[in-house]
Design a protein around this ligand. Structure first.
Ligand SMILES: Cc1cc2nc3c(=O)[nH]c(=O)nc-3n(C[C@H](O)[C@H](O)[C@H](O)COP(=O)(O)OP(=O)(O)OC[C@H]3O[C@@H](n4cnc5c(N)ncnc54)[C@H](O)[C@@H]3O)c2cc1C
Ligand SMILES: *[C@@H]1O[C@H](CO)[C@@H](O)[C@H](O)[C@H]1NC(C)=O
Ligand SMILES: *[C@@H]1O[C@H](CO)[C@@H](O)[C@H](O)[C@H]1NC(C)=O
Ligand SMILES: *[C@@H]1O[C@H](CO)[C@@H](O)[C@H](O)[C@H]1NC(C)=O
Ligand SMILES: *[C@@H]1O[C@H](CO)[C@@H](O)[C@H](O)[C@H]1NC(C)=O
Length: 589
């Protein structure tokens, strides 16, 4: 097992202040082959793969604390508790017109494992069409669905439930010996028959496996849960399979503040990372003999580069940062999956609202989990996942061409929950929820530094529901959900909407409902997008080798490089991107 340490506090000398934020204490001559910034989905994969075979030494810096022993990050059911406390960056989105100018929270993991230590654990590879689109974007067929399969398998250790598959999954599409445990939710038995029956009543086909490359239809949902506990980038890549690796050094509570340019003549090169030990405020510099790899995620990767003098020169000057290289694309092309959660009341007490309301029931389930890692806390409140496309004759196609990746790429997602999901306090009673997301959004936003406080929360603008397409998709999804809940399968539970269903009668009223009840998403990509080797530096941030175009010494591997949003929850796409990037980097001279 790799030792996870807080930064050491032994320093030889104190140098004069080099940075605005404090005294810089170099740990000279401390250097590594690679310094990786951020131990989330991507950074953890890279730290693991680059230290295989003892060829390279790696320092992995993580701003947040260790995940070890954090119960709310282990028990799947209580994962929303990770949104409070020190495990979240506490960001919010800027007031958004498509959301009634509200500014909601923008959750990001601030803990070993990054957002995979706080997320909803939904495990989705996305449609084959989206991987094929990435291959054609890069002009490189090694990114195609067919050729990326080995990386899915490296990531996945599917745990089949006992007994035959019973059409709940297709064994042949799964990996069984990869890093992340994956399983189905077999709790909430009562909700399974109506969930499946209602889908069939609205004409949504049954899909044997959401991760086969064609996610369209209703499928059993798959989760990054192993033996009743969260399987995260930290548990899967930093604690397993790394025993005895002295070439892997992991430091938590170590926040990178900027990359420091090499002095002297020659091309602009960054191989030094300046980080702050959050336990004592000391500022420390470390160097990479080969590369600095930035894996700080879709928000913090662009802002780290901006603090290093990269980006839009006018914006940098406004923040009192010396511009060193112009990258107009940095922080732009921010793409999210906006969503709308809605709830219906039901007359069964089998919903998880009981678990949230009744401390005795919760205590009983906690005891059960402690005894044998089973029961309702070993899973979430979701069992199935639905993906669909707008009908071909939808009027939006008269003015907008289909922006999705292709025929098996969904336009929207719907997920039934065994409890209240609407934003805001839960009323008395029992509920089932439905959350719908736009999966092929065309709204784009941006991430910018707050010029008044460049180490403070950045300005995050997801621009949700900003296009006619996104509005048309969410309207269709909500109307489809209303039809789904009105189908005879739910009638035995005396199902009733907790909102006025006549909002769906006109587009204008439905848009107002979306603006009042939607949120910006948690699957952001695109703020440091990847492009072909010959694309103009600045229009794309990195090339196919993940190197930042136009400078030396820095690669980016994380959600920010994905140029479009896969029609999937983003974790598996990022894991697979990082698995492939690790091979690219190891193969490099
Ligand atoms: C609340 C929530 C729910 C989600 N639900 C799902 C889901 O159910 N299924 C799914 O597939 N996806 C889900 N996602 C999305 C998924 O978790 C992310 O897309 C994925 O983790 C992105 O990986 P990443 O490596 O780009 O960034 P992250 O996993 O966010 O990791 C970035 C890491 O870098 C660290 N860092 C940032 N700045 C610095 C710095 N300056 N110095 C040092 N370290 C730094 C951060 O603390 C963090 O640990 C969810 C995300 C959230 C936030
Ligand atoms: C987020 O806010 C909580 C208080 O709600 C605080 O304990 C935590 O330290 C904050 N996280 C960060 C990264 O600042
Ligand atoms: C797990 O433990 C609980 C007691 O806390 C018990 O009721 C349950 O049957 C056990 N389940 C299994 C699968 O062992
Ligand atoms: C689209 O076609 C379906 C039949 O396939 C029909 O019921 C529906 O009314 C059509 N919608 C529009 C907008 O033409
Ligand atoms: C729930 O409502 C249905 C339909 O109204 C009714 O038939 C059933 O008896 C009710 N169940 C309970 C537990 O009240």
């Amino acid at each position: 097992m790799v030792r996870v340490t807080a930064p050491s506090v032994f320093f030889a000398l104190l140098l004069p202040s080099l940075a605005a934020w404090g005294n810089v204490i170099p740990r000279a001559p401390e250097d590594f082959d690679y310094v990786i910034v951020g131990a989330g989905a991507a950074g953890s994969v890279l730290a693991n793969r680059l230290t295989e075979g003892n060829r390279f030494s790696v320092l992995l810096l993580e701003a947040g604390p260790d995940n070890e022993g954090v119960l709310e990050g282990t028990l799947p059911y209580i994962y929303p508790r990770m949104f409070g406390g020190p495990y979240n960056w506490n960001y919010s989105t800027a007031p958004t017109p498509g959301l009634g100018n509200r500014n909601g929270p923008y959750f990001r993991g601030h803990v070993l494992g990054g957002s995979t230590s706080i997320n909803g654990m939904t495990y989705t590879r996305g449609p084959s069409a989206d991987w094929d689109r990435l291959a054609s974007h890069l002009g490189d067929s090694s990114w195609s669905w067919a050729r990326i399969q080995s990386y899915f398998r490296k990531n996945e250790a599917f745990e089949a439930p006992p007994g035959p598959p019973n059409n709940r999954f297709t064994p042949s599409v799964h990996g069984t010996s990869g890093a992340i445990g994956v399983s189905l939710n077999l709790n909430n038995e009562w909700i399974v028959p109506p969930t499946l029956q209602a889908a069939s009543e609205i004409g949504l086909p049954y899909n044997n496996d959401v991760n086969s490359g064609n996610p369209i239809g209703i499928s059993w949902q798959q989760f990054a849960i192993k033996n009743g506990a969260r399987s995260s980038a930290a548990t899967g890549y930093l604690r397993q399979n790394v025993a005895g690796r002295t070439n892997l050094n992991v430091r938590v509570n170590a926040r990178a503040l900027r990359l420091v340019p090499n002095s002297g003549p020659g091309p602009l090169t960054f191989r030094t990372v300046e980080y702050r030990d959050e336990t004592n405020g000391n500022i420390i510099q470390v160097s990479a003999r080969r590369d600095v790899i930035v894996s700080a995620g879709v928000i913090d990767t662009p802002t780290l580069l901006m603090r290093s003098g990269l980006g839009d020169p006018a914006e940098l000057r406004a923040a009192n940062i010396t511009p060193r290289f112009t990258i107009p694309a940095l922080g732009n092309n921010f793409i999210e999956h906006p969503g709308v959660p809605i709830s219906w009341s039901v007359n069964t007490t089998l919903t998880d609202d009981e678990l949230d309301k009744d401390p005795a029931l919760f205590a009983q389930e906690l005891e059960r989990w402690n005894t044998n890692k089973t029961g309702r806390l070993a899973q979430t409140s979701l069992t199935h996942i639905m993906y669909n496309r707008l009908p071909r004759n939808h009027s939006i196609f008269r003015t907008v061409s289909d922006p999705s990746g292709g025929a098996n790429a969904p336009h929207y997602e719907q997920i039934v929950a065994n409890k209240w999901v609407t934003l805001g306090a839960r009323p008395a009673g029992n509920f089932i929820g439905m959350t719908q997301f736009v999966m092929a959004p065309t709204s784009t936003g941006s991430v910018k530094l707050n010029s008044a406080d460049i180490l403070g929360p950045p300005i995050i603008n997801a621009n949700s529901f900003n296009t006619e397409w996104d509005k048309a998709v969410i309207r269709h999804a909500i109307r489809s959900s209303i039809a789904y809940m009105r189908s005879p399968a739910w009638a035995p539970f005396n199902i009733q909407p907790t909102f006025d269903p006549t909002v769906a009668d006109t587009d204008a009223r439905l848009d107002a409902f979306v603006a009042a009840s939607g949120f910006g998403g948690a699957h952001g990509v695109g703020t440091a997008r990847i492009g072909r080797a010959n694309s103009r530096p600045g229009s794309d941030v990195v090339g196919p080798d993940f190197r930042v175009k136009g400078i030396r010494g820095v690669r980016i591997v994380d959600a920010s490089v994905l140029p479009f949003s896969p029609a999937a929850h983003a974790m598996v796409p990022v894991y697979v991107l990082a698995e492939k990037a690790a091979d690219t980097i190891k193969g490099a001279p």
